[in-house]
Design a protein around this ligand. Structure first.
Ligand SMILES: C[S@@+](CC[C@H](N)C(=O)[O-])C[C@H]1O[C@@H](n2cnc3c(N)ncnc32)[C@H](O)[C@@H]1O
Length: 412
């Protein structure tokens, strides 16, 4: 398929990027950011040269971050009370995943939270924007036999868009966080396949990863572990134990007591591509420890939307092989379509390969908090009941750490 001319590229200069913690607007690609959270999508687009005209977010801690980081950009609250959008080129919506993610309630696309995506279509039907960018969890592809995707595609096609989506792993942007998310682009002007499929770098070679630090989820351990070499597993807004919590890091070469650690919130922010301290304004309206973790876990990795923004302004070529997706069959990991037809595309989860920031270059191992006595004991007991195969050295370090922490807390 070919829908018109490739747009001329914009030069992204260093001076047009956000170097410090605050975004100032300038440029010609205009954006309305719905369900904006802490602005991961909009910051990435800004880094690609876009100008945010409106933000919509109803949670107070997130609003506090947006108000500080996107100073002067109008900020709306509940999307259900927004009457119309400004005239912009691109509407973005990393809509709530609560009913779609495995960790969530999985009520599906009609659930109370995820169903709010219908508000995006309501707003677009009264003022259609040339482009739409959606983001959500991988589970959306398979949930209810693909019902969520069918709903999105039907709504988007009814508005006259062509579309493409691709599952990507945040590590392609250089951050050591394994995070797979579906990026969905719809457009009336540019062929979305030329935005999402113009780049393919294939997964990074294992040999380029370091073997010194491994990330895992201390909240798991029974059926899964989230094991990641030279990376942390997906930062999440919730966990199997119900609270937003950091992953843990195994540091086998550390001194006794420094082998099972957790990242600090400022490091989590960097694992999502933000400057350290990005969510600090949230602390002014919420003293709950988990609030900043939830905000960061909910966010879109900045480099992911930066890549999309760069490609929107400078679409590439896509001439790869595509296979028709039959109605009712599984949604592939990448596809494009329009007018009732869908085509699967064989591309990797790594559009580009940005220079990798190794986990041990990002985490300050001297300052990283130790995993607590309670968390260590809970994790250890789950591993003892599990049938998973654990690395022996890892289990020994966890057991030593749990014993040490129990001793230390007994002394207090
Ligand atoms: C998955 S998060 C989006 C994260 C965002 N893309 C980022 O990078 O930080 C979904 C957001 O939708 C917000 N939200 C949920 N219901 C809303 C509503 N009715 N009106 C406005 N925002 C809402 C939540 O507070 C949450 O911050």
């Amino acid at each position: 398929m070919d829908y018109g001319e490739v747009q001329p590229g914009r030069v992204i200069t260093e001076s047009s990027r956000c170097r410090l913690g605050r975004v100032t607007n300038r440029s010609d690609l205009t954006v309305a950011g719905l369900f904006a959270g802490i602005g991961g999508i909009e910051l990435g687009l800004h880094n690609a040269g876009a100008d945010t005209k409106l933000l919509c977010e109803w949670w107070e801690p997130a609003q506090a971050v947006l108000a500080e980081r996107f100073k002067g950009v109008p900020l709306e609250g509940d999307i259900q009370e927004v009457d119309r959008l400004p005239d912009v080129d691109l509407v973005t919506a990393g809509f709530p995943c609560t009913d779609l993610s495995q960790a969530g309630r999985t009520k599906g696309i009609t659930g109370q939270a995820s169903g709010l995506v219908a508000e995006v279509f309501r707003l677009l039907s009264s003022r259609p924007a040339p482009m739409l960018l959606l983001e959500n969890v991988r589970n959306m592809l398979v949930l209810d036999k693909g019902e969520a995707m069918r709903f999105l595609v039907e709504e988007i096609e009814a508005l006259g868009y062509h579309w493409a989506y691709r599952l990507v792993d945040s590590r392609f942007t250089g951050v050591p966080q394994r995070r797979q998310r579906v990026i969905f682009v719809a457009s009336r002007e540019i062929e979305p396949a030329k935005i999402l499929f113009a780049d393919d770098a294939n997964e990074r070679q294992e040999s380029s990863l370091r073997d010194d630090l491994h990330g895992f989820y201390w909240t798991e351990g029974l059926r899964g572990l989230g094991w990641a070499r030279d990376a942390v597993p997906t930062l999440k807004a919730g966990s199997t134990i119900g609270i937003p919590s950091p992953p843990a890091i195994w540091n086998p070469h550390g001194q006794e007591g420094r082998r099972i650690l957790t990242p600090r919130i400022e490091e989590a922010e960097q694992l999502q591509g933000f400057a350290p301290g990005w969510t600090a304004p949230a602390a002014e309206v919420s003293s709950r420890k988990g609030t900043r973790w939830k905000l960061v876990g909910n966010a879109v990795t900045v480099g992911v939307s930066q890549w999309v923004g760069e490609r929107i302004q400078s679409p590439g070529n896509f001439d790869g092989v595509a296979t028709r997706v039959d109605p009712g069959s599984r949604w592939p990991l990448a596809a494009y379509g329009g007018g009732g037809e869908a085509w699967a595309v064989d591309v990797s989860l790594w559009p580009r390969e940005s220079p990798y920031r190794h986990l041990s270059d990002l985490i300050d191992l001297d300052l990283a908090p130790q995993l607590s006595a309670r968390a260590s004991a809970g994790f250890l007991s789950r591993t003892e009941r599990s049938t998973l195969n654990f690395n022996d050295d890892f289990l020994r370090d966890v057991a030593d750490h749990a014993a040490l922490m129990a001793n230390d807390s007994a002394l207090v």
